[in-house]
Design a protein around this ligand. Structure first.
Ligand code: PLP
Ligand code: COI
Length: 354
């Protein structure tokens, strides 16, 4: 535990809370009243500040804009029935934040400072945490390079920021997904395991093409042979096949998702068999054909547990069983919601109270 983080606080005099319609929250479009900013220079983090949400000024020469030295995290805070606010497993995000930082030659932030920064901003905007089922406060920490320099080299200065968005469900219906057999999200030796901004920029074109074909999401496959499932859009891919939870083993092409880890832990708790291994596209399609694929979903902070309605491979579409009939994901979501909204025991200590 480090000392208490020194944060300069300037509160807004014009809160937008009263005029915000919490019944119509599109993901990521509504920002809370405040944001957190800190600077890195001369080898240290400084100038931690919470101020009214608004525009910032940066030079057009910053290397984040030119070379993508930039990454982010995604975390959620929940309102419990008794009014308490907790952040879900932010320690995992702190660790992943620093893995992304290292991969991008950017400075790490001590876990304790990261956690204190989240707690401070969520505390100030705690009235922005929605209480409705399926709703939460999405927390977006991010870092970017701020040197004005057009040479390709790690910046010496950076900004760390945290934004907050009250959000409802990211997906509102079962997903029609396409198995991508040409484009790739990441390759061995690349940055797939990091939440590097460029990974998302590069995913937009294939995702747009899939949307034009009527799909909601892509299942990314390995860059070498397109034979193995990697991820599902911006979520980890999870399946119940032959009565076992199977999910691709995380390696450098796959993001080590907090939700994925949570689902695996809850599956173990319930005595469910779990296999983390290479998942062949062929076995998923075979299971969809012969009925042994009884569940398929994307697991992610924004996505939560997003059921797959149908899977397409090379223009053949396979419709899966009705999500409401799926024993595994229904049960996991119920247990997870009970923990996050404080209606059930948090035996793993996943709630970080603010
Ligand atoms: N995979 C990708 C590419 C993602 O962007 C995300 C979202 O954060 C996930 C997986 C799921 O990770 P988590 O559960 O930590 O949000
Ligand atoms: C998250 O689940 O936090 C994500 O990062 C997804 C996001 C790209 C919308």
């Amino acid at each position: 535990m480090t000392d208490t983080l020194d944060i300069k606080i300037t509160k807004t005099t014009k809160s937008r809370l009263a005029e915000t319609d919490f019944s119509k929250l599109a993901f990521g479009r509504t920002f809370s009243d405040h944001m957190l900013v800190a600077d890195y220079s001369d080898g240290e983090w400084k100038n931690f500040e919470i101020l009214p949400y608004g525009e910032i000024t940066v030079s057009p020469g910053i290397s984040a804009l030119h070379y993508g030295q930039s990454f982010f995290e995604g975390i959620k805070a929940y309102k419990h029935a008794d009014g308490k606010v907790s952040i879900f497993r932010p320690d995992k995000n702190a660790q992943r934040f620093n893995k992304s930082a290292e991969r991008l030659c950017m400075p790490t932030i001590p876990e304790d400072i990261f956690l204190q920064s989240l707690a401070a901003i969520v505390d100030i905007d705690r009235d922005w945490v929605p209480a409705a089922p399926g709703h939460s406060l999405y927390i977006r920490p991010f870092m970017f390079a701020t040197d004005q320099y057009l040479g390709v080299a790690p910046s010496q200065t950076y900004k760390y920021m945290v934004l907050l968005c009250p959000v409802g469900p990211y997906f509102t219906k079962p997903l029609r997904v396409k198995i991508e057999t040409y484009y790739t999200r990441s390759a061995a030796g690349g940055m797939g395991f990091a939440k590097s901004s460029g990974n998302y920029g590069g995913s937009m074109y294939p995702a747009k093409k899939a949307t034009e074909e009527g799909f909601d999401q892509l299942i990314w496959t390995d860059a070498k042979e397109h034979k193995y499932v990697e991820e599902m859009g911006a979520a980890n891919a999870m399946f119940v096949l032959d009565g076992k939870l199977i999910t691709p083993l995380t390696q450098d092409t796959i993001l080590d998702g907090v939700t994925r880890d949570t689902v695996i832990t809850l599956a173990h708790d319930a005595g469910f068999l779990v296999e983390e291994r290479n998942v062949a596209v062929a076995e998923i399609i075979e299971g969809a054909k012969n009925g042994k694929l009884t569940d398929a979903f994307g697991a992610g902070t924004a996505a939560t547990i997003a059921p797959v309605g149908s899977i397409s491979l090379n223009s053949e579409e396979y419709t899966l069983i009705d999500p409401k009939e799926r024993e595994f994901s229904q049960k996991v979501l119920k247990t997870l919601d009970a923990i996050r909204y404080g209606n059930g025991p948090d035996v793993h200590g996943w709630n970080y109270f603010v």
